[in-house]
Design a protein around this ligand. Structure first.
Ligand SMILES: NC(=O)C1=CN([C@@H]2O[C@H](COP(=O)(O)OP(=O)(O)OC[C@H]3O[C@@H](n4cnc5c(N)ncnc54)[C@H](OP(=O)(O)O)[C@@H]3O)[C@@H](O)[C@H]2O)C=CC1
Ligand SMILES: O=C(O)C1=N[C@H](C(=O)O)C[C@H](O)C1
Length: 271
């Protein structure tokens, strides 16, 4: 009896922190094969074997040529930057390649562009691919509804010194979940940091605090601060492996989808 068919996976941002983690995960998975590796024009990694960092050869060279990188692929996993992801998605659409997007920091206009691409190809877009964070999002919906009166809500996140966007995509998603549960508009009620004489806290706001330092993989806490008690819901990532494994689950999930925009809640059956 034959096993599951092999999924041909291309990785964008192949020399990045997540790119390398994903390449290693694809190589280790019985049902996946590395079919392409993309990086940004000018990257010193171009032309190198995609698994050279593991001390072995895959036969897949890292390229900035989107057509060449996607030619043999069924799905692209992209953890890069918003402008890179959008260029990659246009190429995915041209080549009929499915896409898993982990990149964060998109503007509303860029998110609308992604939704437009998803009318033609299937896409999973999620600011956090870990199972744990996606379960936490469900817990937050429940907590926010139950603590809707008398609790001030603050979202605190910490990441490594190299992270370029703030607050993290995950923190913003947590804010959206909480705001939706409370019938608030996050754009209207978010407070991003405080300084000087701020006045007393407005109870309708959702505050965000960002910490950057060292090699912190990713910590998120949502604090519900009431009178005489506080509730903290925390998730801590100890390794990027959890994001890579979630991304492969998302890639497998897309195998039978003709088009559409999905989240990790769809992938994990939490929607
Ligand atoms: N959804 C999730 O679960 C997770 C999401 N992320 C997100 O993934 C993204 C990448 O994170 P991380 O791997 O740490 O970042 P890195 O900077 O380590 O890697 C990014 C990679 O993308 C490349 N790149 C940069 N700009 C472009 C571009 N315009 N076009 C194509 N490629 C480009 C970089 O090349 P070069 O180095 O040469 O610039 C690098 O190879 C971030 O947005 C981060 O927030 C991260 C972890 C988990
Ligand atoms: O840049 C990172 O590292 C991470 N980015 C994602 C985010 O912005 O939420 C997910 C995770 O926290 C790691």
């Amino acid at each position: 009896m034959s096993g599951s068919p092999t999924l041909k996976v291309a990785i964008a941002g192949a020399s990045g922190r997540m790119g390398r983690m994903l390449i290693e995960a694809v190589q280790a998975a019985d049902d996946c094969v590395l079919a392409g590796a993309l990086d940004v024009p000018g990257s010193p990694a171009l032309g190198h074997d995609a698994t050279a960092f593991l001390g072995r050869a895959s036969g897949v060279a890292i390229t900035a040529d989107l057509g060449a990188g996607l030619a043999g692929a069924e799905v692209l996993i992209d953890f890069t930057r918003p402008e890179g992801t959008l260029a990659h998605l246009a190429a995915c659409r041209d080549h009929g390649v499915r896409a898993v997007i982990g990149t964060t920091g998109f503007t509303d206009e860029q998110k609308a562009e992604i939704a437009e691409h998803a009318r033609h190809i299937p896409i999973v877009l999620a600011p956090n691919m870990s199972v744990g964070v996606n379960v936490v999002l469900k817990l937050l919906d429940m907590a926010a509804r139950a603590l809707s009166e008398g609790y001030d809500i603050e979202i605190i996140e910490a990441h490594h010194r190299h992270k370029v966007d703030a607050p993290s995509g995950t923190a913003l998603k947590m804010g959206e979940v909480v705001a939706n549960a409370l019938g608030r508009d996050l754009k209207a009620c978010a407070v991003y940091g405080r300084e000087g004489v701020t006045g007393e806290r407005d109870p309708s706001t959702i505050g965000f605090a960002t910490v950057r330092g060292g090699d912190i993989v990713g910590d998120h806490t949502v604090l519900f601060a009431g009178t005489g008690e506080r509730i903290e819901i925390t998730h801590k990532s100890a390794s990027r492996v959890t994001y890579a494994q979630g991304s492969l689950r998302a890639a497998r999930f897309l195998a039978d989808k003709p088009h559409g925009l999905f989240g990790m809640d769809d992938v994990l059956g939490l929607a």
